[in-house]
Design a protein around this ligand. Structure first.
Ligand code: SER
Length: 614
């Protein structure tokens, strides 16, 4: 059965059970800047699951385009995609387990004609706050599912909320225990790499989760989980996965939504593995490009921020994989895009209408990335072999957006081996910088340019200078991240700081604030600025003329802090008020992290009598 038939059958099946078909929400939520992409069918329905009356009634059904950025690195196996369509049905305080489970079973076994022998069930085994789901067990047994095909799992697997397990749910978040259905592909042998025995949640690829019913009846409160006003059903099933099961095809990239595009790539590729030798490059390209088609149709433009950054990442990652297949020009793109878009043009007329814009958006980004690679390549060729290491690869990423895989390709040609693990460690240690790169934060690790963030930004400069004065000149900034609530500063120093040392640093910062020193911005020649003692994070990556912020009465001598920086800053330190260092973290490998916030009122009330080291 094709995806298109399954979509139609599902909507019709629940319509016949008195559900209203609701239109899908846009993949790119129009009026919600806090949500990057719709990532589940329930997301647009949260207010109704919490008790608000839905204008279409208490039984709803739809097919919702979803995107999950967190799965980006999972793409490559036989079943994970970033973009997918989620078939969903909801009971807003209407039917519950006794109807939902038999209905879904009927849909699978009668409508899709999946053999019962291949279906397995999972249930929530219970916790201190929520009982084991014996009710669902009874329903499944009544439907004829033998008990040895029903598996019990903990919250990690059989609890659903947008945030994860009950412990991970923030106050106000809704969630509940789940019952999932899995399809078993008997053509796939269990791989013991994933564990001794196979089971529905094993990652070997023999089992595929094809539907998830959430019994959405809890809300997280200060006191723990509390029952919602009504018992709701939130069902979601991946259309692509249901299609794969209906075709008894363990590889979802071989269903008709992808298979033509994969075939086309095999034809146009210049070198590299065939699909059956190494499917990863193909899977990444078709998954990412399909997601890019939907994002571009929703009006997202590649950029360094938020949604635009995700789109940029998808396109660039596809291009990296295309190069692994020897394709450096656009040969991989021209046919692949239409083949990925065409299965959707009837159901999603926007895709059809916007094909030219989608093409343009993606092609332009590819051109830009080609320039990036050329710049990175130039830098690579200028660098002596003994300096080509994982740090260099990280710097190339941070500076030019050069992906690790490309630097690694290049290094290989010179006989240099770069280790992804070491590179990842490097990125982790420099989390702040990488987050700046990956979320498109403002330069300098600022989350925004609000008044509080700006004050804390200047305080960060004072902290940096104070650390050098108190601990020694070896202190080197390794990253920073500043929000309106707090500043976070990472630096190299061989020992954990004693409480007295932290106090000294804090006192020095506050003394400089009390002195109300002017903060001045100048533009200077890079070498001149470095000679004068200005601190720079990555010296090599600055242009010849740099912006420098100096804290002190005199720009030439006696200043307290001088740093390369893009701003913004307060005009004089007195505006900061005062700051409090409230936490230290040991990041390992000679790296320390300090957290500080603005002092509002009683200094002593924060972390009173507590050491500040974690
Ligand atoms: N909310 C659940 C999920 O996204 C079921 O719809 O899997």
């Amino acid at each position: 059965m094709t995806a298109s038939t399954i979509r139609q059958k599902y909507l019709a099946f629940f319509k016949a059970k008195d559900h209203q078909i609701i239109p899908p929400a846009p993949l790119v939520p129009a009026d919600d800047p806090t949500t990057l992409f719709t990532n589940s069918g329930m997301q647009p329905l949260v207010p109704y699951l919490k008790g608000q009356i839905h204008p279409m009634g208490r039984r709803l059904v739809d097919s919702q385009p979803c995107f999950r950025a967190e799965d980006i690195d999972e793409v490559g196996d036989n079943r994970h995609t970033t973009f997918f369509e989620m078939l969903g049905n909801w009971s807003l305080g209407d039917y519950f387990k006794q109807d939902q489970l038999p209905w879904f079973w009927e849909f699978l076994t009668h409508e899709l004609k999946l053999p019962k022998a291949r279906l397995y069930i999972s249930l929530f085994k219970g916790s201190s706050q929520v009982p084991r789901d014996q009710e669902s067990l009874k329903v499944w047994k009544k439907l004829g599912v033998p008990e040895n095909k029903i598996y019990w799992y903990e919250a990690k697997k059989n609890w659903w909320s947008r945030a994860g397990t009950p412990e991970e749910m923030p106050e106000g978040e809704i969630g509940g225990p789940t019952s999932e259905v899995f399809f078993e592909f008997d053509s796939v042998d269990h791989n013991t790499k994933y564990g001794k025995a196979c089971h529905p949640n094993c990652d070997c690829g023999r089992f595929l989760e094809i539907g998830n019913t959430v019994f959405m009846e809890y809300e997280k409160t200060k006191q723990g989980l509390k029952k919602l006003p009504a018992q709701n059903v939130d069902f979601g099933g991946g259309l692509e996965r249901l299609t794969a099961a209906s075709q008894n095809q363990p590889d979802i990239f071989q269903i008709e939504l992808f298979s033509e595009a994969v075939k086309n790539l095999e034809v146009v590729k210049k070198s590299g593995p065939a699909y059956n030798q190494d499917p990863l490059p193909y899977r990444v390209i078709v998954d990412h490009l399909r997601a890019a088609v939907f994002m571009a149709a929703g009006g997202v433009e590649p950029s360094n921020k938020d949604r635009g950054y995700i789109l940029r990442r998808l396109i660039r990652r596809s291009m990296v994989q295309a190069r692994k297949l020897g394709m450096e020009q656009d040969e991989w793109l021209s046919n692949t895009l239409p083949l990925l878009a065409s299965p959707y043009t009837k159901t999603y007329p926007l895709i059809d209408k916007k094909i030219p814009e989608i093409n343009q958006t993606i092609t332009q980004e590819i051109d830009k990335f080609r320039q990036t690679i050329t710049r990175g390549l130039k830098e690579f060729n200028k660098t002596s072999p003994n300096q080509i290491n994982e740090r260099f690869a990280f710097k190339s990423l941070a500076t030019y957006g050069m992906p690790f895989e490309i630097t690694q390709e290049l290094a290989q040609q010179r006989g240099i081996k770069l280790d992804k693990g070491v590179f990842d460690e490097y990125v982790k240690k420099h989390q702040d910088l990488s987050r700046t790169v990956s979320t498109g934060m403002f330069k300098g690790g600022l989350a925004d340019h609000s008044e509080a963030t700006t004050k804390l930004h200047t305080a960060t400069h004072l902290l940096h200078a104070a650390l050098k004065k108190v601990l020694g000149d070896h202190v080197r900034q390794e990253g920073s991240h500043i929000t309106a609530e707090r500043l976070r500063f990472d630096f190299a120093h061989p020992r954990v700081l004693a409480d007295e040392e932290i106090k000294k640093v804090e006192d020095l910062v506050n003394q400089k604030i009390t002195e109300d020193l002017p903060v001045k911005k100048t533009i200077e020649a890079k070498n001149q600025a470095l000679k004068s003692g200005a601190m720079a994070f990555f010296k090599e990556t600055y242009p010849d003329k740099v912006t420098v912020y100096t804290v002190g009465r005199d720009l030439n001598q006696g200043w307290f802090s001088k740093e390369f920086c893009g701003g913004p800053h307060v005009t004089s330190t007195g505006k900061i008020g005062s700051v409090r260092i409230y936490k230290q973290k040991n990041l390992g490998a000679g790296l320390r992290r300090l957290y500080a916030r603005l002092n509002h009122g009683n200094h002593q009330s924060i972390d009173q009598n507590q050491g500040r080291t974690q």
